[in-house]
Design a protein around this ligand. Structure first.
Ligand code: NI
Length: 176
């Protein structure tokens, strides 16, 4: 049975470290397969759309993303489960867009973050294929948020005006 991993929160030093790349043999190892399985379980248990290995206190360049159509993110993207080994991001434009972001490692808060609205993601699959994805809009933000965890960044570092950081329940009241 796969155990779920505890998700660490802001203040834990691992969240601020630059994660290490995985070697090809590590990518295909049983240990990493187990880690990925437990990350999937942890993410699904709390209804997250992404989880990076540093969030379960493992400083490796690995993240998972799974987006179901979800009202709370006001998006119609349905993006099945994907595992990204050693992902890299290249912005493809200077144009930015702002979305309200939240993070499992910063529970209860939301912040408005501007990021490039078109990016290229390069990563390895478990079969060691190098793949590229061009992402725009909300998906571009999701990738940037998740992969920031691999370089020791949290979304709150990217908020230009801290007035745009607040508790989810208060922000929700404003919306209603
Ligand atoms: Ni996060």
């Amino acid at each position: 049975m796969t155990k779920k991993q505890e998700i660490i929160k802001m203040g834990h030093p691992t969240l601020r470290k630059v994660a290490r790349e995985l070697s090809d043999s590590e990518i295909q190892s049983k240990e990493i397969d187990e880690l990925v399985k437990s990350m999937i379980k942890s993410m699904r248990d709390v209804g997250g759309i992404g989880l990076a290995a540093p969030q379960v206190n493992v400083s490796l360049k690995l993240a998972i993303i799974e987006i179901d159509e979800q009202d709370r993110y006001d998006t119609d993207i349905d993006y099945g489960l994907q595992v990204f080994y050693n992902p890299e991001i290249t912005p493809l434009t200077d144009e930015t867009q702002a979305f309200w972001e939240g993070c499992l490692s910063v529970p209860g808060l939301r912040g408005l973050v501007s990021r490039p609205n078109k990016i290229k993601v390069t990563y390895k699959t478990r079969d060691l294929e190098v793949r590229e994805i061009i992402a725009e809009g909300f998906l571009a933000t999701v990738f940037q948020h998740e992969f920031d965890h691999l370089i020791g960044k949290l979304y709150i570092d990217r908020i230009s005006d801290l007035q745009n950081l607040g508790y989810e329940d208060e922000l929700q009241k404003l919306e209603d």
